[in-house]
Design a binder for this molecule. Structure first.
Ligand code: PEP
Ligand code: MG
Length: 551
């Protein structure tokens, strides 16, 4: 048995054999030529056979995949069946170009042609790239790119995962994700949390673990154990088989209320939140509705989009966050692409100085959607740094009739001046993802600093406590809506620091609810003190987890 350390980014434990994600197909050398005396006709037939193999494989997979994954595969299979790419590649063989290179170059021409047609055809250009990679893999005798198919459940390991890699990931066979690279807010992390899969990132040691080795992944502790004991395997499997339910009222063992809310970005997320019984929404990331937009969406369109998320929560609380554009979430109509340090640049509420109209339009749209939905709508601004900014946002929200206006505390300055900030707002919500990044001066997307960028860092927890204490003094609710809230052990600590609500990916709610119910609020406070006094994040996590039941 050996233990590989990384950063746990999606809680839970799973055990299964390793299946490795194939390395991406690289561009064949530009000067790759057919060997002297090669049979051009036979090589041309090889390209056609490879394309046919790819088409058949994709169609077979489409037939067994579900929903969106099946549609993606079908669209790609159609592209593989289209003779344009094969014919163009075969023509290049006449110039002596090697088959894989010929397919690569032909694909670039076909993609450019589709892009020039615009609209639906332009969107298909991406499928050409996928088909190209698959044909090249067949020609080179390598495994097909993308998530491998297996009949038995497995733990997927990879260098890193791109969103396209994971479009067809099936959570009924993939038990957990482990990547050598990636940071806590990388695509792997976000996807894993959305699917409820335990995940560990920034674990370079995973690259040395052979295919089929049985591993135990602990997504809370950030470890991967190879060849675990039969006892540990049984314990993990028994826990996974146990159904967890949330009864709709988050509380500790002594009945202290800790509201359990959901983070959502679209109507699908809202439906998942309702399905799991979330008490409401603690963070609606509105920028997720418009990430692909070059122009500001109209007030009418915004109101429609917001309404679709609010409607299922009639009579319940939904905290709508105004656009958090910038850094890892650029919106071309709001942000400047040329900043040297976008995480420290004009993002979140800061964009309102240059584009006050965009904020006003959004507040108008939120107010309209709120009225029509019957949900209890609160609004908050991201990236607030001073009490003056907080006051300014609240005044703008109130001008649109939005009376429950608050701010996100995710810049250390806001936490350090929480008493002054809190005087102006109805509530605060702590964004631990950014609060940790800015407290530790560690880029949240960079695997090299993932250990620093850990919400268990005692320095970040101290800022959470300062904020919660300021809220208590002024009788204002203070929630946490960063990913930290989804880690059951950390949720206990946050409650112990005085946080009154926790908002997380919907799937995490039952686990967090169960662990909270197992401890009194005094016990939460004692464990919180242990974490705050620890020398670093790892020690804090270990000290607290050792005293809690494993979820
Ligand atoms: C956060 O920073 O913790 C947060 C919830 O906001 P986002 O992850 O969208 O920046
Ligand atoms: Mg943030």
């Amino acid at each position: 048995m050996a233990v590989i350390s990384g950063v746990g980014v999606s809680p839970g434990r799973a055990v299964g054999p390793v299946v490795r994600m194939p390395e991406p197909v690289g561009e064949p050398a530009p000067d790759a030529r057919l060997s002297d005396g090669a049979d051009v006709a036979a090589e041309g037939a090889r390209i056609a056979d490879a394309a046919e193999q790819v088409r058949a494989d994709l169609e077979r997979r489409a037939a067994t995949a579900h929903g969106e994954g099946s549609a993606v595969l079908e669209a790609t299979a159609l592209m593989a069946a289209d003779p344009t790419l094969v014919t163009a590649a075969q023509r290049k063989l006449d110039d002596g170009i090697a088959p894989a290179r010929a397919v690569w170059e032909a694909a670039a021409e076909v993609a450019a042609m589709l892009e020039s047609l615009g609209g639906y055809m332009a969107e298909r250009a991406r499928d050409v790239g996928d088909v190209r990679d698959r044909i090249v893999a067949v020609l080179d005798g390598r495994p097909a790119p993308g998530v491998p198919e297996r009949a038995e459940p497995f733990v997927l390991t990879a260098r890193d995962l791109a969103p396209a890699d994971t479009a067809t990931l099936d959570p009924s066979t993939c038990l957990a994700l482990v990547t050598a690279e990636g940071g806590p807010t990388s695509h792997t992390a976000i996807l894993a949390r959305a699917l409820g899969l335990p995940a560990v990132v920034a674990a370079p040691g995973i690259s040395d673990v052979a295919e089929s080795t049985v591993v135990l992944v602990d997504g809370s502790g950030g470890t991967v154990e190879t060849d675990p004991s039969p006892g540990d395997i049984d314990a993990v499997r028994a826990a996974a088989a146990r159904e967890r339910h949330f009864d709709g009222t988050g509380r500790t063992a002594d009945g202290t209320r800790v509201q359990l809310l959901a983070n959502v970005g679209d109507p699908k997320g809202a439906a998942a939140a309702v399905g799991i019984g979330a008490e409401g929404v603690g963070l609606f990331r509105t920028e997720f509705c418009f990430l692909d937009r070059a122009e500001e969406p109209s007030v009418d369109e915004q109101a429609e989009q917001y309404l679709a998320v609010l409607e299922p929560f009639k009579g319940r609380k939904v905290v709508v966050r105004t656009l958090d554009a910038g850094a890892d979430k650029p919106l071309p109509f709001l942000t400047d692409a040329d900043e040297a340090n976008p995480a420290l640049g004009v993002r979140g509420f800061r964009t309102a100085a240059r584009h006050p109209d965009v904020l006003d339009h959004q507040l108008e749209a939120i107010a309209r959607a709120a009225e029509r939905s019957g949900a209890e709508v609160w609004v908050m601004a991201p990236m607030i740094s001073t009490a003056s900014e907080a006051a300014s946002f609240v005044a703008r929200a109130e001008a649109h009739g939005l009376s429950s206006a608050g701010v996100m505390v995710e810049v250390p300055a806001a936490a350090l001046t929480a008493d002054a900030v809190m005087e102006h707002v109805a509530f605060a919500s702590i964004g631990t993802n950014d609060l940790t990044q800015y407290t530790m001066a560690a880029d949240r997307l960079l695997s090299g600093v993932a250990e620093l960028n850990d919400p268990w860092q005692p320095a970040a927890l101290r800022l959470v406590r300062l904020t919660a204490q300021a809220g208590a003094r002024q009788d204002r609710p203070v929630g946490v809506c960063g990913e930290a809230a989804a880690d059951p052990a950390l949720a206990v600590v946050l409650a112990g620091l005085g946080v009154t609500s926790l908002s997380m990916t919907p799937r995490a709610i039952p686990d967090v609810a169960e662990v909270l119910l197992s401890v009194s609020i005094d016990e939460c406070a004692r464990l919180a003190q242990l974490a705050v006094d620890a020398p670093d994040a790892r020690a804090a996590r270990e000290a607290v987890r050792a005293q809690l039941p494993t979820p």
